[in-house]
Ligand binder design. Sequence first.
Ligand code: SAJ
Length: 461
Amino acid sequence: MLKGLLFEFNNEELIQCVSQMKDISSDLVKKIEEKKAVICIIGLGQVGLPTALSFLRLGYRVIGYDIDKKLISNLRHGITSIPEKDFSDIITRFLQNKSFGLSASADVLPSADVIIICVATPLNKSGSGADMKFLKSAIEEVAKHLTAIKLIVIESTIPPKTMKDFIIPEMERRSKLKAGSGFLISFCPERISPGNALQEFIDNDRLIGANDELSYRTSLSLFKNLTNGNIHRADTTAAEIAKLAENSYRDINIAFANELAIICEQANTDVQDVIRLANSHPRVNIHNPGPGVGGPCLPKDPYLLIMGNNFDRSIVKIARSINDSMPFYVVDILMRTVRSQKKGKEKLNVVILGVSYKSDVNDARFSPTRSIVLALKKEGFEDITLHDPYSDESFGVKFSFDLNSTLRNADCVIIATAHSIYSSLKSNDFKKGCIIIDAVRLLSKEVFLNSSSIYIALGTS
Ligand code: SAJ
């Protein structure tokens, strides 16, 4: 057993051990570069599965480990609920050529040279920070199985300083090995957009957060194979905050666009024109307003960014509350229009077009549509139907896949997701006198020029 794997040594031993460690790290780097390294992915969800498939496509042997036995048994049959193009075919191909192994047991960990942790770090129950239970148990398992020098990569999104204050000390304590010599470790956050994951792994720049040279160099040898983008070096804390800043920036920017939408409505002008005009400035890039912000990342990551801070004023918190209020604002527009038409809301059939949190994906996690349904119910609307071409999530109300008949019966329609199929809707697809609230600016006033429908777009008067 190498002495360098232990904590305590004298100077001479230290020099000897460091050079032995360098050798060990270069063996691992060589293995990675020659694609002989075995990669184990822990957590085969929206991030872990595409990560596994990306490395398989590069020619690595990959073992997928997930505690969910059902998920593993489905994957063994090429079945996945992750809405990425061709995933079932790709999985089946790599299962057949035996380069993809699957397991619901941590016993596979010793056979890996590289372990990439992709478990979820959802918001905790109080909504004030991250629930780290999956990450904690993954760390425990990895520490238990650290038999030879390995590279451990954390890909899960984590609050600032989690690597320095928790993950690295915990790994060292449990394994009795030292980071940077006994094991190598880095934080390399994913930056993929759901629906286009495999391509985004290739195209996007990658951050490598590492606190020692060997961990950085070994991680670089892995990720330089994967991405055509640039690789940016940072320490773990800078990389953690940068990841959270990316999604918080987008959330804050969208909140600003939403505030502009309300200002423009009150000022009798069109927010789309205003944003287009402002964005003609070379240093301005205002995003688009909408019915709120959903998905697994933007509604959560800003809270992780400010976790543990007790700011009196926080732009991050304000942006979150603006975006969370947008579904209610959209329903408020509907309420005002219904009132102006002197219609009784209980009897009105309201259809929401779009369940997914964003266009052309089937992912309904944290979708603003859920809050729109809640707001409608709170306002006393009793007849609510959802339509979506991809997701059949009903949020406790009626759901239909039949767009034409759903629209023919609708007294009110809220366009909540900008799915492409909705963009070709014409005025005669809607019932006579229908109220249409376009929260994603998919259609235009012109479509309804000679119709009896009332069309109102978010951010216009
Ligand atoms: N949205 C708007 N207005 C806009 C853009 C988006 O209202 O101008 C809404 C969308 O409709 C959606 C929500 O924001 O409800 C989030 O959509 P998104 O496309 O901004 O983000 P995600 O959650 O699909 O993916 C983000 C990406 N982050 C950034 O673009 C900075 C992705 O690159 C990350 O990998 C991902 O979060 C993640 O996993 O962190």
